[in-house]
Structure formats: C-alpha cells, structure tokens
Design a protein around this ligand. Structure first.
Ligand SMILES: Nc1ncnc2c1ncn2[C@@H]1O[C@H](COP(=O)(O)OP(=O)(O)OP(=O)(O)O)[C@@H](O)[C@H]1O
Length: 326
C-alpha cells in the first residue's frame, strides 16, 4: 500500500506497531529515473535495538534511510515510524527521531555549547544538553570550538546533536569511520549506553567489525533489496559459509579420517600443515576428536571462524567499499 493511500504500516493504531516495533517498511520502492534505488524492501526494527544497515556502495542504504527519516518521498510501499507516517507526519517524526549531522553542517567558528543551543531551539521539548554532554564525556568542552576537538570528541558532539531532542529513535551514519581504534571503542560504548537507555539506534556503516561487534541485528542491502537480516550468528549460520581448523603434525596426518567427518568439505596438506575446511555445528569438536586419537605430536592448532565479512562476500559477491567483484 502506498503511504498516504490508507493505513500506513506501523501507523497509529496499527497492532503490529504497538510495543516492540520502532519502525517498519512494507514493499518500499524508490526510483531515481531509471535507477531502482530501493526495490521492494520490507522489514521491521525493534525498539531498543542497535540495527545495522550494511551494503556495497550504491546499494541503496542512504536512499532507504532517508525515506524512513521522512527526508525523501518513496514511490510506493508504506513506512511507519514510531506509529507515525513520515511522509504525512514529518514534523512529529522529526520531534521524536534524531539524525546525525555531518561535520560540514556546522559553521567553522562555532562553539560546542552554541551548536547545542542552536539545535535544541529547533525542538519543542529538547533534552538538557549539559547533561547529555556529561554523559558523552564532553562536559569540559562547552566553550571549545568544534574544529579544535579531536576526531572522537567531534563525533561525540555530533551524537549529542542527534540526541538533543531526546529521541526514541536515532539514525547514525558512518559513525566511526576515520577514527583510531581507541576512539572507536569509546564511541561504541556510548552507542551501547544510548541503546541501554531505551533509544533505538539505526547505524549505517561500512565497517564490518562495527556491525559485528555493535549491532544487535544487521540488514545486508544489495541492489536496493535486503538480501539478509538477522543477528550476526544467524546470518553466518544461514549463509553456510565455511570456517577452518589448521594444525601442524610431526609424522603423517590422519587425512582420510578428517575427510570422512560430516561437515568437512575438503582437507589441504601443505608442507607439514593441515587445513580442514567445513561448517558443521560440531565441526571443531569432531576435528579435535580425530586429533586426540593420533599418536603423532599435533601442535600450532588454529581455528578461523566465518565472519560477517565472509557472509557479505558470499551474498553480494562484492567487497564493502570497492563495489567490484570479489
Ligand atoms: N539524488 C539521486 N539522483 C539520482 N540517482 C541517485 C541519487 N541518489 C542516489 N542515486 C543512485 O541510487 C542508487 C543508490 O544510491 P544510495 O546513495 O542510496 O546508495 P548507498 O548504499 O547509500 O551508497 P554509498 O554506500 O556509496 O553511500 C545508486 O545507483 C545511486 O547512484
């Protein structure tokens, strides 16, 4: 159903929207001329979760998120956000959602406190931004120019700006790109705190590790469609991508017994090192069972579990950034 042509999905009074759903999309389509940027997307985000959206360049992530935020008009399908229609109730949606602004959105010579004052003035019921800055560890930066802050501090200011209306749902985009690992870990803790405070977080990211470690559930978008959605362990299990166990052995390895194990796809033996590839639920246990029974000394045992990156490559055939065939 087209938004505005009747009951929008997750609209006021919609049973499915009460309680657990922060927003939902039903068969949403958005074209730019001939380009079908969003091609029939249906999914729901739960209240109080960190929901990740990942996909190769040009997959349609930004367009999809902008339709949900009410910044873009979708062509067909329906979207409901916190029980509201973002096309028709745009102002109400903006009051209750937060969107992370990019650095370029602020004048160069603006102080942190001035930026927060300015953004707070846009809302009827702003949060106490001094309290917000304290929660984000920036209580001493009120009088500092934004341009003098470190990358991590600046990102936290932009998180504060996105939270200044005390939203139920916040959209964050490329949150930690370009930050050093320590600053990234600190920002992840901030995001978990926001989630634990009851706010639903939607995170668009190009960083697999960020999606894997931070998001409660992840949607993989490709060619305008959601090709997979679930927790990271669910996505890995469903994609049936393989892991491997490898070891060195003094003497002849039990290759035939390893190849006969259920879930083992193939076994490599190169220069004294054996690599066993497979993906059964008991894969590691079964391999270790065989190794425990051999007389030769087994050493340097390693295990490589499949990752979200493997799932992403399997499903999209592309690296996250390059957009080229893997
Ligand atoms: N304003 C626009 N006018 C025309 N085509 C557009 C416009 N915005 C995006 N597109 C096209 O729509 C498709 C999806 O773009 P979109 O920016 O939503 O993808 P994305 O997944 O966010 O990409 P990226 O990761 O590179 O930011 C692409 O083919 C893009 O070229």
């Amino acid at each position: 159903m087209r938004s505005g042509e009747g009951t929008a999905f997750c609209a006021p009074g919609d049973e499915g929207c009460s309680g657990s759903v922060a927003f939902g999309c039903e068969n949403v389509v958005k074209h730019y001329g001939e380009v079908r940027a969003v091609d029939g997307v249906s999914f729901e985000a739960h209240r109080g979760e960190i929901f990740g959206i990942i996909g190769p360049n040009g997959a349609g992530k930004t367009t999809l998120v902008e339709c949900i935020e009410g910044l873009r008009t979708h062509d067909s399908g329906s979207i409901g956000v916190l029980g509201l229609d973002p096309q028709r109730q745009t102002r109400l949606v903006r009051e209750r959602t937060g969107v992370q602004f990019q650095t370029s959105a602020l004048p160069q010579r603006m102080k942190v406190g001035e930026a927060l004052d300015l953004f707070a003035a846009c809302y009827e019921q702003p949060a106490d931004w001094r309290d917000l800055l304290a929660r984000l560890g920036l209580e001493n930066k009120t009088g500092s120019y934004v341009e003098t802050l470190s990358g991590g501090q600046r990102q936290r200011v932009f998180i504060a700006l996105a939270l200044v209306n005390d939203p139920d749902l916040v959209f964050l985009d490329e949150l930690t790109t370009g930050l050093d690992p320590q600053a990234r870990l600190a920002i992840w803790d901030v995001i978990r705190d926001i989630r634990d405070g009851g706010t639903t977080v939607v995170l668009t990211t190009h960083l697999m590790e960020e999606a894997e470690r931070l998001c409660d559930r992840v949607a993989i978008v490709d060619h305008g469609r959601i090709v997979a959605l679930g927790t990271v362990p669910e996505l890995i299990a469903a994609a049936e991508v393989e892991g491997n166990m490898s070891f060195a052995v003094d003497g002849s390895p039990p290759l035939d017994r390893l190849r006969a194990l259920p879930g083992v796809s193939y076994v490599e033996h190169l220069e004294g090192r054996v690599v066993v590839h497979g993906n059964s639920a008991r894969f590691a246990q079964e391999v270790m069972g065989v190794l425990a029974a051999v007389d030769e000394r087994v050493h340097d045992l390693r295990s490589e579990q499949p990752s979200l990156e493997d799932v992403f490559l399997e499903l999209t055939g592309r690296q996250m950034r390059e957009g080229a065939p893997a």
